[in-house]
Design a protein around this ligand. Structure first.
Ligand SMILES: *Cc1c(COP(=O)(O)O)cnc(C)c1O
Length: 225
């Protein structure tokens, strides 16, 4: 057994069955993905459209590809034919594009609404007001080729684990409010994507159903090569 295969096995054995592990393979070679694939793993995440499309083309077709990074509207068309889930839906404009491209491919694309929960400033992710505005928007409500599966969020980049917990808890509260409110009749609204290598345990304790883990399984990323 290779080292990666052992790492994966150790990791996955500690994850409960009701939590979906998205193995974040960004910057990693296709052979690493195949190592996990051969152990039966099928859910992988990438954050760049170009890498995602290349890997999807070269690798087995039953892989469930998660687009986890910021998605530019002009690139939606490249992933619409095959992507399993888009984690970063955070604007009406992006939703319009996804709905349109999904329709062209006769698909309904799973999406998570990305909520900004961290303290750091970021261009990405909806505020709570932005979220409510989007959900009330008549055009947004009319989209037939988008399936809102739940919420996604990233905690602050901090050593203060209590703050991380507070942020995840806040996202879970927003999720619960929507689930018992506007999405009460929607059986699909069931996913909460939160938690990465450094904070996934806290995220699971706070109700994550999807965790996105890269470096803990694949090792540190080296962006220079
Ligand atoms: C890179 C990335 C991850 C995985 O990060 P690790 O710390 O390596 O586990 C998770 N989510 C998003 C959105 C990412 O960009």
């Amino acid at each position: 057994m290779t080292e990666l295969s052992d790492k994966y096995q150790n990791f996955i054995s500690g994850i409960p069955d009701n939590v979906c592990l998205v193995a974040v393979s960004k910057t990693k070679p296709e052979e690493d993905i195949m190592t996990l694939y051969n152990k039966g793993h099928r859910s992988f995440g990438e954050n760049k459209v170009q890498d995602l499309t290349r890997k999807a083309e070269n690798l087995p077709k039953d892989i469930k590809w998660h687009m986890i990074g910021h998605l530019q509207t002009n690139k939606v068309k490249y992933i619409a034919p095959f992507v399993h889930m888009i984690h970063g839906l955070d604007s009406l404009k992006l939703a319009r594009l996804i709905d349109n491209e999904a329709g062209k491919n006769n698909r309904i694309i799973n999406c998570l609404l990305q909520i900004h929960i961290a303290e750091e400033q970021s261009k990405f992710g909806l505020s709570e007001d932005g979220l409510n505005e989007l959900l009330m928007n008549p055009e947004f409500k009319s989209f037939k080729n988008i399936r809102i599966k739940g919420l996604m969020g990233m905690a602050s980049f901090t050593e203060d684990l209590n703050q991380v917990r507070v942020e995840f808890r806040k996202l879970k509260t927003i999720f619960d409010d929507l689930k018992s409110g506007i999405f009460i009749e929607n059986e699909y609204f069931s996913d909460l994507s939160m938690g990465m290598s450094d904070d996934f345990r806290i995220a699971m304790e706070e109700g994550a159903t999807i965790i996105r883990i890269g470096s803990l399984i694949f090792g540190e990323r080296n962006y220079s090569n």
